[in-house]
Ligand binder design. Structure first.
Ligand SMILES: C[S@@+](CC[C@H](N)C(=O)[O-])C[C@H]1O[C@@H](n2cnc3c(N)ncnc32)[C@H](O)[C@@H]1O
Length: 346
């Protein structure tokens, strides 16, 4: 925490630099040290709610390739947290493998060294390969999957005042003894983001790193017609941007300036922007749908029925039903959470 504060005592830094410092840069940064996930952490993600989430994704991936009569493929998970979804996907495909002869490899690309260590420990009994960059992969019959990845990228806030664009900076006010933010005139007006948004926008919340990252994904997708990208995240669709930046601690919203390094900093994805990044570049099919629609179409209700039939305890049945309800109910995670599926249309 001291290191993070010292960093902003020296000079004002852009909001995305501040978020990167809080989440990743130091050993004292959020993702590098804390028990983040699950009921005892700061937030809970879909794979922790029920293993059915990963199972359904595994079935979707397998069907995607089997429909193309491809029995050999690779899966790359990006931003795998503690490896819970990886475990569920691999175990499910191994079970499917008892009936079909599938040959698959599982790769993980993870930014946090701390989480990579946890993944290696939690997945030690399964066959997983960790890669350092997307360039390390042979990009043939590759399915890229992620859950709550893009919301963990650092973002910028830009605001138009009269005809000039301003960017949010963060610094430590020694007199007030607290972290403050303020807008300053934008230095680089030729940012890629302006090519992607309407001229009517006067506020933009976006991550330059997401744009860069998705351009890398585009390159990978272009390499082979069977490659696919599936990502889940919370967000909205609209041409206007909302200010959705928030801190999360112990499952409660807090200020992003409170207790830096011990608070998750996150935001809602504007899926229209993500769609535009793909449309801008090449010939891709990209579909956005709610998490509820994806999971229902992919068979979560049938899977729930099968799973509850096997259970004998009423308490366990109810627990499972409630967790699936949490994943798909529109007032819970079903509607706010969305998924984007991108395939190569060439
Ligand atoms: C909010 S957590 C989600 C973890 C997990 N997918 C889940 O659903 O529980 C975000 C994850 O993405 C990782 N991450 C963030 N930026 C990344 C990047 N540029 N490349 C790879 N992993 C990244 C984080 O370290 C963390 O593992």
């Amino acid at each position: 925490m001291l290191k993070i504060i010292n960093n902003i005592k020296k000079k004002k830094i852009p909001l995305d630099d501040y978020i990167n410092t809080c989440l990743y840069k130091y050993k004292s940064s959020y993702y590098e040290k804390k028990k983040i996930f699950g009921p005892r952490g700061d937030f809970i993600t879909s794979p922790y709610i029920s293993s059915i989430f990963g199972e359904i994704i595994a079935v979707y991936i397998t069907n995607y390739f089997l429909e193309k009569k491809l029995y050999s493929f690779s899966i790359l998970e990006i931003g795998a947290g503690e490896g819970v979804m990886a475990r569920d996907i691999i175990n499910t495909i191994n079970t499917i493998n008892k009936f079909k002869n599938i040959n698959f490899s599982y790769f993980i690309l993870e930014k946090s060294e701390n989480l990579k260590k946890k993944q290696k420990k939690n997945l030690s009994k399964l066959k997983v390969n960790w890669i350092k960059s997307l360039d390390d992969l042979e990009c043939k019959n590759l399915f890229i999957v992620s859950n709550e990845l893009l919301d963990a990228f650092p973002i910028k806030h830009l605001k138009k005042i009269k005809n000039d664009w301003y960017e949010k900076y963060v610094y430590y006010d020694n007199k007030k003894n607290k972290i403050i933010s303020e807008y300053a005139k934008l230095k680089n007006k030729n940012q890629k983001i302006f090519k992607l948004v309407s001229k009517n926008n006067d506020f933009i919340e976006f991550s330059p790193l997401v744009i860069e990252f998705l351009n890398q994904i585009i390159k990978v997708l272009k390499k082979n017609k069977n490659n696919c990208f599936l990502t889940f995240d919370y967000g909205y669709q609209g041409n206007n941007f909302k200010n959705t930046l928030q801190g999360l601690k112990n499952h409660k919203k807090v200020s992003i300036f409170e207790d830096p390094g011990n608070v998750d900093i996150t935001y809602l994805i504007n899926f229209n922007l993500i769609k535009k990044i793909f449309n801008n570049k090449s010939n891709f099919n990209n579909i956005i749908m709610s998490q509820s629609e994806f999971l229902t179409r992919a068979g979560i209700i049938e899977r729930l029925r099968q799973a509850t039939n096997i259970l004998t305890s009423e308490k366990d049945k109810l627990k499972l039903e409630m967790s699936v309800d949490r994943l798909i109910h529109p007032k819970k995670m079903g509607s706010l959470f969305k998924c984007l599926i991108v395939t190569n249309a060439n």
